[in-house]
Design a binder for this molecule. Structure first.
Ligand code: HEC
Length: 140
């Protein structure tokens, strides 16, 4: 028989390949990633790190934990007011981002929580219908 043997080197190569594959963006989320780059990245940074005392970091933000309605309202209404985080003090206007439809918000919020939410979040994808319901409930 001429089958390749499972040598340690081969096993290591397979492991590296698996790690490389799993670190690639999930293609299902590519839409969300593109929306992030287009609508958020200029202020919040490619790695969600923000800019100290100007734009708060998204990585680990409480908005990405559990209360998707608040995040939807924040994106669609914008926000102004004092935000104090462990990393800095923020009080600059975030403009309302009104051009995203429900399906786009669903992709975007899924991307944000997959990428930056802390462990205890509910990273269930939010359906466009759920987004629409949260949107209706936003106080303008
Ligand atoms: C023009 C710059 C700008 C853009 C574009 C922008 N933001 Fe913001 N964002 C801000 C600022 C400034 C604040 C802080 C507002 C304050 O101090 O009240 C903020 C706050 C936030 C917060 C609250 C963070 C916290 O922990 O309290 C979240 C979440 C957020 N933005 C998400 C987004 C998302 C998602 C997008 C893209 C759809 C986006 N932002 C686009 C400037 C921006």
């Amino acid at each position: 028989m001429n089958r390749p043997k499972a040598t340690p080197a081969r096993a290591a190569a397979l492991l590296v390949a698996a790690l490389l594959l799993s670190s690639c963006d999930n293609p299902a989320n590519e839409a969300g990633a593109a929306l992030y780059r287009e609508h958020c990245q200029a202020c919040h940074g490619a790695d969600g790190q923000g800019f100290k005392n100007l734009y708060p970091p998204l990585a680990g933000s409480g908005y990405l934990r559990g209360a998707p309605g608040e995040l939807i309202c924040l994106i669609t209404n914008g926000v102004r007011g004092d935000i104090i985080t462990a990393d800095g003090d923020y009080n600059v206007l975030m403009p309302a981002i009104t051009r995203l439809d429900d399906a786009q918000l669903s992709d975007l919020v899924g991307y944000l929580s997959d990428r930056w939410a802390v462990a205890d979040n509910t990273s269930n994808p939010l359906s466009p219908a759920a987004v629409a319901a949260f949107r209706k409930a936003c106080v303008p």
